[in-house]
Write a protein that binds this ligand. Sequence first.
Ligand SMILES: NC(=O)c1ccc[n+]([C@@H]2O[C@H](COP(=O)([O-])OP(=O)(O)OC[C@H]3O[C@@H](n4cnc5c(N)ncnc54)[C@H](OP(=O)(O)O)[C@@H]3O)[C@@H](O)[C@H]2O)c1
Length: 285
Amino acid sequence: MRVAFLGLGRMGRRMARHILDAGHELVVWNRTPGRAEELLAAGAVAAADPAIAVRGADVCVLMLFDPESAADVLAQVTPAAKRGLLIVNCTTVGPAAARELGSTAATAGLRYLDAPVIGTVGPAEAGTLRVLVGATDDDLAAARDILETFGDPEKVEHVGAVGAASALKTVFNLGLAEGMAAVAEVLRYGTELGIDRDLLLRELAAGPLGYLVNYKRSMLETDDYAQVAFTVAGLAKDVRLATAAVTGRLPLAEATLEITSAAERAGHAGDDFAAMAAADVPAPA
Ligand SMILES: NC(=O)c1ccc[n+]([C@@H]2O[C@H](COP(=O)([O-])OP(=O)(O)OC[C@H]3O[C@@H](n4cnc5c(N)ncnc54)[C@H](OP(=O)(O)O)[C@@H]3O)[C@@H](O)[C@H]2O)c1
């Protein structure tokens, strides 16, 4: 198949590599030039803009940042795409935007797969991501070969119609963010009580927050969050998508955003989300 891959960030460039390795024809585009070198060396072709990238393509994968960037790039794709082009949007955009993007694609005569992924740079590199799919049976069948290049075939899950996968993805990431906020807060609390950091981490690792503490243990031990899997800004974006998806309040999500904002103010927006533990939450005035 001829595949256009738009968005070569931390996740995108790793996912795109599997499409190429599976023998598909790959055309890539990224807003900031210079991110495609390895892919080009392996046989991909660079396009100057999204419209050029999708000319003649059968499938177009989007791996952008948020609903706005996905909508912006899709708007450049629709006038240039051939009828029936299958858009596979792996960007985490939330359920409302997924439905809007799906309807924009349908209006332009394109097919649309809501396909957010679970798993970070390790599974992206290994081609073992979990792919949640919101789509018709036919569109999933048409995209399956591509999804199974970067996703584990056992973990490609059809959740429902367009929007359903993005809904589940925000549930997953809200849990991740609130869990990390809890780790950050209990660490800060224990530190303020004068408890030794190693002892704190050992106790927390053995308790209910153990999964996240063990997952981010080396960063929490060294206070060095530069080895990024997923950024503070990215996770904060996903918490905002969750709070916007419901009419009622999500008080824990709101508190979590206070911690991500404090981490961002401390210069950690582009660091790994474990840097929420380095947030300096101000005392009440
Ligand atoms: N990292 C993870 O562990 C992970 C796991 C699962 C899902 N996700 C989701 O996957 C998506 C990508 O994550 P990532 O970690 O790969 O992020 P990233 O490294 O920040 O990459 C974001 C990509 O989006 C592009 N982009 C941002 N704003 C744009 C705009 N206005 N117009 C065009 N392109 C734009 C960036 O281009 P530039 O290079 O020009 O900035 C880059 O290619 C996000 O939706 C994220 O929530 C991430």
